[in-house]
Structure formats: structure tokens, C-alpha cells
Ligand binder design. Sequence first.
Ligand code: AMP
Length: 210
Amino acid sequence: MSAFQELGLSQAIVSSLTELGYSSPTEIQAIAIPQILQAQNDLKAFAQTGTGKTAAFSLPILEQIDTNNKSTQALILSPTRELAIQIAVNIKDFSKNQKGLNAMAVYGGANIDEQIRALKRGVQIVVGTPGRTLDLIKRRILAVDRIQWLVLDVADEMLNMGFNEELDNILLKTPSDKQTVLFSATFPKEVEAIAQNYMNDPVEISAGKK
Ligand code: AMP
């Protein structure tokens, strides 16, 4: 059994990881994957870029997505367009053996009509920057009232960039019984406030030195 299988991931995902050259999990993956898979608890994770955090939150979500259901089940928020695109590319790579799995990135500075058309076809995992995500929610194109997973990636950077209001507005539209996963490299008071206001007794995990 591969180390990824031991964390609870199924063959379809593990074989994509093997093809990508991921032979063993990184430290944050070894901690976060079983935690997200096995518990409903919210998760507050200290992890910097380069630690393998994208797979740490994406793989356990991919494992649990209902591919027979086309509605949006997971929303991943990221501070920049480049990072949103990168996360969506990674998710597509991880899920290439999962039939019926759709993921896409939505971000500003790009044609919204194309994003709307793509979303209307049914996207289970949406990766977005806060501004464009909120715009699509307000236009009633993106429905987040039934999501099961919300990921706030690089939360400190999203707040540094002034996305507080967008985050508040988006989070208020999500259901209270979802699992919220927050990844951040630093925990200033603004990040702690998000955790305080929107997370339910989160489990705290850390990889590397704080
Ligand atoms: P991230 O922290 O998610 O930006 O990932 C940093 C880099 O590590 C990316 O290029 C990933 O493709 C790579 N990576 C993530 N997890 C693994 C793994 N378990 N084995 C090998 N490479 C990995």
C-alpha cells in the first residue's frame, strides 16, 4: 500500500499522484489529509508556500466530491489570479482519473461571460479570487449556499490585499455546516479574527516552524 493510500486516498487519486512523481506525502499532507477526511472539524493550518499545501487541502476534498452531482460542493479562495489558476491546474492533474470531476478558476481581469458559461455547465470545485467570486455569487451564477468545503488559502495575503469585505460577504452566504479549512503563513489579528468569526472550534495544525 502506498503512503498516500494509507492516508485514506483511493486508487484513482494515488495513480495520478504517481504519474506526477509524488511518491510520498509532505509533512503538511501527512497531517492534513487524514484530518480533513476523517473529521468534520474546521482546520487552521500554518503552512507556507512550497510545503505541498495545495495537495494537502485538494486531495481530501477530491476524495469526497460526489461526481454524480454537478453542483458546486467546494469553494477555494485565493488572493491572486495566478495562484487560483495554479490551484485549478493542480486539481485537474490530481483528478484526471476521476470521471465527471469538474474544477475551474474564476478571477478578475478576464471575460466574465466565458466564466459564466463554464460555470453553468456544472463545476464541483470552484477556485476563485474574492472579488470575482463575490461578483458571480451576486449575479446568482455561483451558488455557495450548499457547499461542503470552504478553503481560505494564503489567508494572510488575502487580508493584506484588502479583501476583508469580500470575504465577509462570501462567508455569510455559505452554510454553517460546511468544513472550513484555513491555510496561512502568518497569523496576524486579522486572520485570527476570520478564524474567530467564521470557524467552529478549529483543530490547529502546523508544518515547519511558526
Ligand atoms: P505547494 O506548497 O502546494 O505550492 O507545492 C509546492 C511544490 O511541491 C509544487 O510544485 C508541487 O507540485 C510539489 N509537491 C507537492 N506535494 C508533493 C509531494 N508529495 N511529492 C512531490 N512533490 C510535491
